[in-house]
Design a binder for this molecule. Structure first.
Ligand SMILES: O=C(O)CCC(=O)C(=O)O
Length: 270
């Protein structure tokens, strides 16, 4: 029996050390992910989507360190196929006031404990007709493959900026994979600013695709295997990924570091 009923009426899972409150489906414990409908309200998400669209229109002129590609083709001169933009909140700090972000932090705190904040964010656009999949990976693997310090704890939200379905490349998960080990990973195409990709075959229950409406989100555990399919639809698939957690280093130290390194000082990912 892994579950404990707490005095406050919430359930706590001993294996994951997470509390599950009414706003997060209990399936998070067994599946390693959950759907959060309307994390952002329609007006707020369309405003955020417009701002991020504008950043993508200016993609080539953004400061170094903000742009990367989950499926770059190093060396062949062609543009990558899943352009991504890290640090939207650094480039557009006014978006930090979004009510949906406050809600994400509260939900994350219910899962991982107090003092959570948005540690990292990235918009991932998959252009119409892109045959490129985002490969299966566990976000936790980034800490072993890069010099990024592992936060004390973190969960990830995938926020739909627009409606996304199976044919347009919605996020998909391997339920229960968060209960298994961290698998060996590599960088896609050997490119350290590309996507993580799990080495070897995936074992486990069938994957689940999660269609979402604008402003809906999923939240997943850092060890949950996830990815997304090609975009066969006629429009760009737009997602915004938020890493919300309890930082490894105190806030003052990170501010100092960011000041010294510049806006994109927190390079790398996840
Ligand atoms: O948007 C996608 O295709 C997946 C993004 C993702 O999994 C990630 O950035 O870790």
């Amino acid at each position: 029996m892994h579950w404990l009923l707490m005095k406050d009426g919430n359930m706590r899972d001993r294996r994951l050390d997470v509390a599950v409150v009414s706003e997060i489906p209990a399936s998070y414990l067994t599946d390693g992910y959950a759907v959060i409908p309307s994390l952002f309200d329609p007006i707020e998400i369309s405003r955020i989507a417009r701002e991020i669209d504008r950043l993508f229109e200016d993609y080539a002129r953004l400061p170094a360190g903000h742009t990367y590609d989950l499926d770059s083709r190093p060396g062949d001169g062609s543009p990558g196929r899943i352009p991504a933009l890290r640090g939207v909140l650094t480039l557009r700090p006014e978006l930090r006031a979004a009510r949906g972000l406050a809600r994400a932090v509260t939900l994350a705190e219910n899962l991982i404990g107090p003092e959570a904040e948005v540690l990292w964010d990235s918009a991932v656009y998959k252009p119409s007709g892109s045959s490129s999949e985002t490969p299966w990976h566990q976000d936790e693997a980034v800490y072993g493959l890069s010099k990024i310090r592992k936060p004390r704890s973190i969960v990830y939200f995938w926020v739909a900026l627009d409606a996304v379905g199976e044919s347009s490349g919605c996020i998909r998960f391997v339920p229960g994979s968060h209960l298994g080990p961290l698998l060996p990973h590599a960088w896609r195409n050997g490119d350290t600013s590309s996507s993580l990709v799990v080495s070897g075959p995936i074992e486990g229950p069938a994957m689940v695709s999660v269609p979402l409406g604008p402003g809906d989100a999923t939240v997943h555990h850092s060890r949950t295997l996830h990815g997304s399919g090609p975009n066969a639809s006629g429009s760009c698939r737009k997602g915004w990924v938020l890493g919300v957690g309890r930082p490894a280093a105190p806030r003052w130290l990170r501010r100092l570091k960011r000041g010294l390194l510049g806006a994109a000082g927190r390079s790398g990912g996840r």
